[in-house]
Design a protein around this ligand. Structure first.
Ligand code: AMP
Ligand code: GLY
Length: 418
């Protein structure tokens, strides 16, 4: 298949690595994969094209001119910009929802409304358009306070804090750009569950856990994600089926009913509370870094799953199978991330690591040398028979890789390795 992958992060590198694995061996699938715009790590394995993935016209023309049979949209920005709608209008199979359905990620109030209509369990929330409304809701729900920007905020829109003044300041800051949501605080373990959807039916991937805070012990500000592991041995039996029945199917049905079918990856961000599972957020795409631990464990060919979702054929596709191996990833971030990452610094030692895979998140090649171009730079991944073994290999690799001022969490997957 001729496949175009849009995006430039470690998630897209991991998706491409999985697709390329299907090409291996005598009976290889022979996929021709291109990435746009990609990064230096992606460019080392497939051709990359320097086009803006959020430009619907540019992407669509490229796909037509190059006989692309499947477009896989990695990040949220092209989805919210309507790139999937434009491709679909031209009859091109695309894995990723249209603009209207992508609002499930792009607008937290839209997501809450869909959940209300569909009867999906989630925390109570109040939409505030003025600071007075926000303060009233903050005092109603009490500490710890949860205040969220309504729109896309690149991971920076959410504040969870015991400090009332900080909660009010956060609301004040984001009200300048639109509404905010004040939410009930939900306590419990977080789970990221990815479901492939063809607009009618869903198939689950294996659950993962992400580490959102920047420092060890879940300290410091929220980030895009500092590490992840999969599977989650502590989940109760039947958990995935419960999420399918009570969350994913009702949500997908509601979106179909509203004539905005969700075709792509429904990312359920969940909290397992003492009262049951609750949705904290939906995303309209694969999570990063969770993808880096879910896909290496996927035994079923990824291309077949994505194509079946894109073409409305998931109903006849068997449930994806996963290996018994575990996977751990740890993100290496630039100095200053998440506030003001310092970029442009050299990354060395990459050719000295052997028993891990390195998904590039934000890298470029300058004069034959890898340099960091963003906050999250690399995602180092190990699979293994147990978490202790996979962790040891990831952290050994991170000892070898050098990036001045670079930092990473040292406690990823610790709780399952002991
Ligand atoms: P979100 O972008 O909505 O996923 O929020 C980012 C992170 O903030 C989540 O992964 C949680 O760790 C935390 N968070 C968000 N909403 C809540 C909530 N209602 N209760 C507790 N923690 C939350
Ligand atoms: N790791 C969280 C996300 O992808 O949104």
């Amino acid at each position: 298949m001729r496949i175009l992958v849009l995006g430039s992060g470690a998630r897209e590198h991991a998706i491409i690595t999985s697709l390329l694995r299907e090409n291996e061996g005598a009976s290889g699938a022979g996929h021709e994969i291109t990435a746009a715009p990609g990064n230096a790590g992606i460019a080392a394995v497939v051709p990359v094209v320097a086009l803006d993935p959020t430009r619907a016209d540019v992407v669509t023309n490229y796909a037509i001119d190059n006989d692309i049979e499947l477009v896989v949209i990695g990040p949220e920005a092209p989805l919210v910009a309507g790139v999937a709608d434009s491709l679909r209008q031209r009859g091109i199979a695309v894995f990723g929802p249209g603009k209207a359905a992508a609002a499930i990620e792009g607008s937290k109030t839209f997501a809450k409304r869909i959940m209300d209509e569909a009867g999906v369990p989630t925390g109570r929330a109040t939409r505030a358009g003025t600071i007075d409304e926000a303060i009233e809701a903050i005092d109603e729900y009490g500490a710890p306070y949860v205040v969220k920007a309504d729109g896309l905020a690149a991971g920076k829109g959410v504040l969870v804090t015991p400090d009332r003044d900080a909660a009010i300041a956060h609301a004040d800051f984001w009200l300048a750009q639109g509404a905010v949501l004040v939410e009930e605080f939900l306590a419990g373990q977080e789970v990221s569950l990815f479901l492939l959807s063809d607009g009618h039916t869903v198939l689950p991937l294996s659950p993962a856990q992400d580490y959102k805070r920047v420092f060890d012990g879940d300290d410091g500000p929220n980030t895009g994600g500092m590490g992840a592991y999969s599977p989650l041995p502590w989940l109760p039996e039947g958990f995935v089926d419960e999420v399918i029945d009570t969350i994913a199917i009702p949500t997908v049905r509601q979106l179909a009913k509203e004539r905005t079918p969700f075709i792509g990856l429904l990312y359920c961000g969940l909290i397992v509370t003492t009262k049951g599972v609750r949705v904290i957020e939906f995303n309209a795409r694969f999570g990063d870094p969770e993808t880096q631990v879910v896909l290496p464990r996927l035994v079923t060919p990824l291309s077949g799953l994505l194509f079946a979702a894109a073409t409305g054929e998931l109903g006849t596709h068997p449930r994806p199978e996963f290996s018994d191996e575990v996977a751990v990833t740890v993100v290496l971030a630039s100095e200053g991330y998440p506030d003001e990452p310092i970029t442009g610094r050299a990354i060395t030692g990459l050719d000295e690591v052997t028993d891990v895979t390195v998904a590039h998140a934000a890298t470029a090649q300058v004069d034959g040398q890898y340099v960091a171009t963003g906050g999250r730079v690399l995602s180092v991944v190990a699979t293994g028979t147990d978490f202790a073994d996979a962790r040891a290999r990831v952290y050994r690799a991170l000892d070898t890789i050098r990036l001045d001022g670079g930092h990473y969490r040292t406690d990823i997957a610790q709780r399952v390795a002991e």
